[in-house]
Write a protein that binds this ligand. Sequence first.
Ligand code: ZN
Length: 253
Amino acid sequence: MERAFARVAGEPVFAVISDVHANLEALRAALAFLDARGVSSIVCLGDIVGYGPQPCECIELLRARGIPCLRGNHDTYAIAATVPGSISPDATTGIHFARAVLRPVDLDFLRGLPVSCTTATMAFVHASFPQPEAWCYVGYTIAATEHLAAQPRPVSFFGHTHVPEVFFGTGDETRRVAPSGTVPLTQDGRAAFNPGAVGQPRDEDPRASLLICEPAPSIVHFHRVAYDVEATAAALRHAGLPDRLGHRLRRGW
Ligand code: ZN
C-alpha cells in the first residue's frame, strides 16, 4: 500500500477523497467529477463503510478503480470482534448494518488496509498523528498543533471530521485557513489538509467534498460536487436504515 500511495502522490496531479460512508451516489459523482477533469490518480483516506446503505458497492467501486485506501474507524469497527459501546447511535446502526451485509471478500479487503501511509514528502492518515488508531479529531487549532508536530512529513492529508480544513504550522504557531478555492500546498512550515467527506459532509453543505493536489506548482484545490441525495435517502430506506440518516445528508451535518 505504501507503494500505491507513493505512486499516486508522485503524480503531477492527484485527488484526495475521504469518508465515503457507503454512499454510492456520492462516490460515483465524485469520481465522475474527477474523470471529467482527467484526474485519474486518487487516494481515499478511509471510512468507506458506516452510516450509508451501500458498503459492498463502494468497496467494489474503489477496488475496481484501483484507488489506494486507508482504514478508518468505521472500517475498523466493521471488522472488529465487537462494536464499541462508546460510539453514537447513528454510527452504531451503520456499523451493525455493514457487519450484516459485508461479504468475506469485503471484510478481507478492509482488514488489509493500513491506517496511515507515508511517501517521501507526504503523510496520509484517516484521523490524526501521532496515534492514528486513537481516532482523535483534528477539528480545532490545539488538536491541529499536535497533529502537525507529530506528522512524519511536512505535508499531511487527514479526514475523519467530515469537514474540509487547512492548517499551517510554523514553530508553535498554527494557522487555520479557509478551505475554499485554491490554497498553497506548502508555506514555510508544515501543512495539513482535510478534503472533507464524500459521503456525509458535516459543514452544512450537502455536496460531496474533495481536493485536488498539484505538487509541482504546489497548489491544493477544494471542490464540492452535487449528487443525488434523494437516491441515497431512498437506498437508506430500502436498506431499513433510519430516515434520520437521510435528513443528515440533505442538511449536511
Ligand atoms: Zn467518517
